[in-house]
Design a protein around this ligand. Structure first.
Ligand code: PEP
Ligand code: MN
Length: 339
């Protein structure tokens, strides 16, 4: 940490700050300028008490962190990127670009199996589908719950696809983990720290969506919760953030994908469906995701989007899925990530 003192702080008050820094476990090094003194506090900021409260001292102008607050998630010090393994499939590193496809919500056996077969045929390795759905209104379809999990298990049995589905509550972690190969933590829950810790403990890989108003640092720190709870199998998923733009449901932040890839060794995938909230933009955003170096896609597909019980406006139909695969292939090839 760097502690910047106010101009012309007397020596006695500089000494007070140095003493406090020492008390908190750091070694203070004062740099005395003509007008201002700056104190560098040497020591691991992640292991020692926080110095931020020094900002309330009258002689302190500001306290600036130097180190990153996440250590397990950080790229720094890692030689190779993390490859997450789920259902025998590798995600991240030099593994092939990973396609996860399926409906927003699991609605019926027929609906799920139609999409699962199409996803398999299109080259997807994971079937997505929400059994427990986070809905803005309590009057909207909340998902089939445990029945939905049973249908996902059935689809896995028939197709061999891995399963990714959302866990909404700590109460459901075991039930979801019994069926899912990857537990999805949704955007609305991505800073629900007790859920993150509970999900980490189930032994399955965790896909962590970026929250609607989450800074990249906060997203990485949420991933740090999972990793520091003993689960290194974490996938980051950019799904758009809330901005002033109303032409799209969310603003897909591909810059954050490039940044997360640079800052972290974890795989980063993109959800272009929540990312724009419009089916007509999904393929273009998917091409861009492959080109920018994402490790895969989580995309919503429904046999009849107009009849979907959730997110119909943003789901591709089966032809749309085939078209998506066709259009991303040159970009996946260029990124060197073909199967
Ligand atoms: C979803 O994947 O259907 C979903 C609800 O995603 P998010 O949490 O990103 O809104
Ligand atoms: Mn959805």
């Amino acid at each position: 940490m760097i502690i910047v003192l106010r101009p012309k702080t007397e020596e006695a008050r500089v000494k007070q700050v140095e003493a406090e820094v020492r008390k908190l476990g750091y070694e203070p090094r004062a740099i005395r300028g003509e007008i201002q003194t700056v104190i560098a506090a040497i020591g691991d900021e992640r292991g020692h008490a926080s110095l931020e409260s020094l900002a309330t001292w009258p002689q302190v102008e500001s306290v600036l962190p130097v180190q990153r607050r996440y250590k397990l998630v950080a790229q720094e010090g890692r030689k190779t990127p993390t490859v997450v393994k789920a259902n025998g499939v590798g995600i991240g590193g030099a593994e092939p670009f990973c396609l996860m496809a399926g409906p927003c919500s699991v609605e019926s056996e027929e609906q799920l199996l139609i999409v699962a077969r199409a996803a398999k045929k299109a080259g997807a390795t994971f079937l997505r589908g929400g059994a427990f759905k986070p809905r803005t209104s309590p009057y909207e379809f909340q998902g089939l719950g445990e029945k939905g999990l049973e249908l996902l298990a059935l689809a896995k049995k028939e197709t061999g696809l891995g399963i990714i589905t959302e866990v909404l509550s700590e109460l459901h972690v075991d039930k979801v983990a019994a069926v899912a190969d990857i537990l999805q933590i949704g955007a609305r829950n991505s800073q629900n720290f007790s859920l993150l810790k509970a999900a980490a403990g189930c032994g399955r890989a965790v896909l962590l969506k970026r929250g609607l108003a989450m800074k990249v640092e906060e997203w990485l720190l949420a991933a740090e919760y999972v990793m520091s709870s003993g689960n290194g199998q974490v996938i980051l998923c950019e799904r758009g953030i809330r901005t002033f733009e109303t032409a799209v449901r969310n603003t897909l932040d591909l810059g954050a994908v490039a940044l997360a890839k640079r800052e972290s060794h974890l795989p980063v995938i993109v959800d272009p469906s929540q990312g724009a909230g419009r089916a007509d933009l999904v393929i273009a955003l998917s091409r861009a995701s492959a080109a920018i170096g994402a490790d895969g896609l989580l995309v919503e597909v429904h046999p009849h989007p107009a009849e979907a019980k959730s997110d119909g406006q943003q789901q591709l139909d089966l032809e749309g899925l085939d078209q998506l695969v066709k259009e991303i292939t040159p970009f996946v090839k260029a990124a060197g990530r073909c199967a």
